[in-house]
Design a protein around this ligand. Structure first.
Ligand SMILES: Cc1cc2nc3c(=O)[nH]c(=O)nc-3n(C[C@H](O)[C@H](O)[C@H](O)COP(=O)(O)O)c2cc1C
Length: 175
């Protein structure tokens, strides 16, 4: 029997993916004298041994050739009170995004932003391009974290995920 595959519509795909709640991060890099960062939520842990993460970057993003060329990036996980940074790094002129933003350079040479909940500083591993985006694998060479509330993102809006109560009791029977 011949297999027929029909791709889902882009609208249905996006609507489904919007139901996946995420945190918000700023991915940073430096290439030659240029410092760059952009807001991202396509970020995941891949492996603990060796420590590896992935980010998905639009091929049209200015960050794309910079990460490819610099071979390094840092993922900075934003705290709830850093919503303004998320907005600042998602639009506008890249050279003004770091105005007033405190950071230090990590061992990869990428900026580690102050006040974040966590960071993973990486050297670039493999790249896999599919459709509009490239998956960049990062080999993590430094990681840090602190306690605090995360900035959330769900259904195209920034969110406060709230009390973060642990669901340690199974829910009762459906009524
Ligand atoms: C919450 C949020 C998450 C985003 N996640 C990503 C992402 O994972 N990958 C990506 O390429 N762009 C993502 N974007 C879009 C970029 O932040 C935006 O296109 C930015 O202007 C790219 O900057 P650049 O072209 O200067 O590199 C996201 C935007 C927002 C608001």
């Amino acid at each position: 029997m011949e297999l027929v595959s029909v791709l889902v519509s882009s609208d249905a795909f996006k609507a489904a993916m919007r139901r996946f709640a995420t945190g918000v991060a700023i991915v940073t890099t430096t290439h030659e004298a240029r410092i760059h960062g952009f807001t991202a939520n396509a970020f995941a842990s891949v492996s603990a041994e060796p420590p590896t993460v992935l980010i998905c970057v639009n091929r049209n993003a200015r960050a794309h050739p910079l990460i490819s060329a610099s071979q390094r990036f840092c993922v900075n996980v934003l705290a709830l009170e850093q919503r303004a940074l998320a907005e600042q790094f998602a639009s506008g002129e890249p050279h003004t995004r770091f105005d007033g933003v405190a950071y230090r350079l990590g061992p990869s040479g990428s900026p580690i932003l102050a006040g974040t909940l966590a960071h993973v500083d990486c050297t670039l591993g493999e790249e896999l391009t599919t459709g509009t985006h490239t998956i960049f694998l990062g080999q993590v060479i430094e990681a840090g974290h602190r306690e605090g509330a995360p900035l959330g993102y769900y259904d195209r809006r920034y969110r406060n995920f709230g009390a973060f109560d642990e669901l340690d009791e199974p829910p009762g029977p459906a009524r």
